[in-house]
Write a protein that binds this ligand. Structure first.
Ligand code: ADP
Length: 187
């Protein structure tokens, strides 16, 4: 368990600067960019990401990406190879916000494994304009990742074994919140 525990860690950093296999984007259902971390990722990654998102919209998600699901595009000009787009719940609006937020983490990790990503970084999904309280969201994030690792032990084996899940905080206060949630989780 100690080894599994070390896989999840907290970093205070701009997610667009991370040289990891995959970063997760807190996208919106339209998949065509927006504010917050979504805007930052599209700005830093360039048009290749937007073009791939437009193709996904046209071919697979004409009505938009459902909340809680995840889909990958190349990382364009980002240091990360892939961007995994997921849509978090709007806290005051979507019923089952907790289950939907957990699904974002779970489905993004599934997507990362399909890409053979060894390192994946998450922003604090839904905690910006979507209004999810940061402490609660941190607990959901940590539990969902820990549970996914427990449910998918094979992901930790072999040459493409998952090595790191980075929970990215954009401020020192957010890093503290995430670290507290990580320290509190029981495995
Ligand atoms: P949502 O619409 O899912 O609430 P936001 O982008 O508004 O998404 O915010 C999600 C989280 O991402 C917030 O906690 C915000 O502080 C954080 N964030 C914004 N920009 C970045 C960035 N460049 N790197 C990492 N985290 C970021």
């Amino acid at each position: 368990m100690r080894k599994n525990r070390g896989i999840i860690r907290v970093e205070q950093v701009d997610i667009t600067t991370l040289r990891v296999d995959a970063i997760v984007n807190a996208a919106n259902r339209a998949l065509l960019g927006g504010g917050g971390v979504d805007g930052a990722i599209h700005r830093a990654g360039g048009l290749a990401i937007l073009r791939a998102c437009e193709a996904l919209r046209a071919e697979r998600y004409p009505d938009g990406l459902p909340i809680g699901e995840a889909v990958a595009t190349p990382g364009g000009e980002l240091p990360a190879r892939w961007v995994i787009h997921t849509v978090g719940p709007v806290y005051d609006q979507d019923r089952n916000a907790e289950a939907l937020l957990a699904a974002c983490y779970r489905n993004s990790l599934h997507c990362a494994r399909e890409l053979n990503a060894r390192t994946v970084a998450f922003p604090a999904i839904s905690t910006g304009v979507y209004g999810y309280p940061k402490g609660d969201a941190a607990q959901v994030a940590v539990r969902a990742c820990a549970q996914w690792i427990g449910d998918n032990p094979d992901a930790l084996l072999g040459p493409d074994a998952l090595e790191g899940i980075i929970l990215v905080a954009f401020s020192a206060a957010d890093a503290h919140t995430l670290q507290q949630a990580l320290d509190a989780v029981t495995w």
